[in-house]
Design a protein around this ligand. Sequence first.
Ligand SMILES: Cc1cc2nc3c(=O)[nH]c(=O)nc-3n(C[C@H](O)[C@H](O)[C@H](O)COP(=O)(O)O)c2cc1C
Length: 164
Amino acid sequence: MKDTLFVYYSLEGNTEFAAQTAAAAAEMDVERLIPVKEPPKKGFGKFFWGGQSVVMHHTPELEQLKFDASAYKNIIFGFPVWASSYPPAIATYLKFHKPEGKNCWIIACSAGGNAVKAIRKITDALEGNTVVDTLSLQDPAHDKEKNAKIITGFINKNFGKSEE
Ligand SMILES: Cc1cc2nc3c(=O)[nH]c(=O)nc-3n(C[C@H](O)[C@H](O)[C@H](O)COP(=O)(O)O)c2cc1C
């Protein structure tokens, strides 16, 4: 049984890259949140659809989860910043599967590289848990070499291995 669960949502692959890189650096289970109905991946429609769904506090239905977060000590949340917040798939997860009394970490991916508001919002939503550390990444899949080092460093710092 692993201690750590990485829960994430990714529309365009950046958070997916962060999750895979983290999972390669330390023992953890990885839960990708997949909405039953996905937003458009291309064009301006994704910003409109996605932004509106955040503002309207949508909680889209998710495909069946693989892991039960209550069984883990540590939970890492990874997500793209949408409209300065966390995306609807994460909102659904927190509404129906909100952890309690866990150590939590947050990895936020954004185009601008500033995830302060989104991190504050998810930290508030995680009340009852301890947010131990956070990481803000700028579109990490756009520079995999650089960001793999940053992500691996973050995981090693927080999950016990010394940096290489
Ligand atoms: C609907 C939508 C809203 C977004 N809002 C923001 C934002 O407010 N600030 C920002 O810096 N980037 C924003 N972005 C860009 C993503 O956060 C960024 O590209 C992220 O790395 C994408 O992660 P993903 O590939 O895992 O989906 C938005 C993207 C989408 C699709």
